[in-house]
Design a protein around this ligand. Structure first.
Ligand code: GLA
Length: 375
């Protein structure tokens, strides 16, 4: 099937008034189209929202997991393509095939060793859902809950969720707001804010799988990556950091200059990670917006720059993708996409030398990340 170029094909009769929309509308917020995506297991409707910009980009999000499920990017040499992996319906999002596609991951994105941490001498045990560790917030993390959605501006949608005290074993009631904005300068901007009622650990990230040639168009091994990092956090055989921060120089992870993902992914294919699945320490000051990564696809000539306030970037070359069927019947084999997840370092609650993820009552967690496209 050809790409839809919109979140949902509407009956023609519904499209007509849109096609005749004047460029300046009385109520600009009406320019964000939305509709029903499907139903959550509770029977509640899940809604989709469509953001468009002036150069032809379209981002589609829904409120199951505050998820980005389509991102259409034009091309200078070919057709617009949808560059993120995802599913057409809720069956896909609720299935085992859904490896956090496009979601907001948390409360703690990435791994916590043995699912355990202590705050003020009290130990908390979380779910072991990635044996022997805790991954991406547990059995029912933020990717598997219904967020409250609101159109925040003609170019942005805001998702809110209050995670009750004790949810998935985490202390404190945590209120989270995630806002997606599609700018006319071709950036998908994701802003996060959160507060807690009791001391807790929080680490949020965005988990899109990118393929700049278009989702379902083969591997990303020939995509070229440059990282603005010279160190990484080595891990043990269960992908938990050893606590060290080591130079990437002279390792397969040395992406300080632009090079194909193939170089790292193939060199690490026999490791526990089956490819690249590592946390890089972004250079510069945490909290300041700076460039973490640049990804370029020679085939489509699309590129994506990742800017963020976060201290770390998990680069994951889709090593655990298993050939599942996604949108429009596309197949997603191993290494058919790359995730560039801005976040704090894995297992920080148990690593005294890593920048802290402790969130205290009265403090506000913030993160600002943008995926900026060029073609
Ligand atoms: C993250 C992890 C990977 C993997 C994926 C989900 O990116 O780093 O190891 O668990 O999520 O499949």
């Amino acid at each position: 099937m050809s790409p839809m170029n919109s979140c949902r094909l509407l009956p023609a009769i519904l499209l007509l008034p849109l096609a005749s929309c004047p460029s300046t509308m009385q109520d600009p917020i009406q320019t964000v189209r939305s509709g029903v995506f499907g139903q959550a297991p509770s029977g509640e409707d899940i809604h989709w929202y469509e953001l468009r910009n002036s150069s032809g980009m379209i981002a589609c999000v829904h409120n199951w997991g505050a998820t980005l499920y389509e991102l259409h990017v034009p091309s200078a040499i070919g057709r617009t393509a949808d560059v993120v992996l995802g599913f057409d319906d809720m069956d896909g999002y609720l299935s085992e095939d859904n490896q956090y596609f496009g979601c907001t991951a948390g409360r703690y994105a990435n791994r916590i060793a043995k699912g355990r941490f202590s705050i003020d001498a009290k130990t908390y045990q979380l779910a072991i859902n990635n044996d022997p560790n805790h991954l991406h917030g547990g059995e029912h993390g933020l990717d598997k809950v219904i967020w409250t959605a609101a159109v925040a501006s003609p170019s942005s949608v805001r998702f809110s969720y209050t995670s009750p005290d004790g949810e998935e074993g985490y202390p404190g009631e945590v209120s989270i707001v995630v806002t997606y904005t599609l700018t006319d300068t071709n950036a998908l901007v994701i802003e996060y804010e959160a507060e807690t009622s009791a001391p807790t650990h929080l680490n949020l990230t965005h988990h899109s799988y990118f393929n700049l040639s278009g989702a379902g168009s083969g591997t990303v091994l020939d995509h070229e990556l440059q990282l603005f990092a010279s160190r990484y956090t080595p891990t043990d055989g269960t992908l938990i950091p050893t606590g060290e921060m080591k130079p990437i120089a002279s390792t397969p992870l040395d992406f300080r200059t632009l090079k194909p993902l193939r170089r790292g992914a193939e060199a690490l294919a026999a490791s526990a990670a089956l490819g690249i699945d590592h946390n890089f320490i972004i250079e510069g000051t945490q909290g300041a917006m700076r460039t973490a990564a640049y990804l370029h696809d020679p085939a489509s000539r699309r590129s994506m720059t990742v800017n963020s306030t976060e201290p770390g970037l998990q680069v994951y070359t889709g090593n655990f993708l298993s050939g599942q069927t996604g949108k429009s019947g596309q197949v997603y084999p191993q290494r058919s996409a790359v995730c560039l997840e801005t976040q704090h370092f894995p297992d920080t609650p148990n690593q005294p030398n890593f920048p802290t993820t402790l969130l205290l009552p009265g403090d506000t967690y913030t993160q600002h990340t943008e995926y900026r496209f060029a073609w």
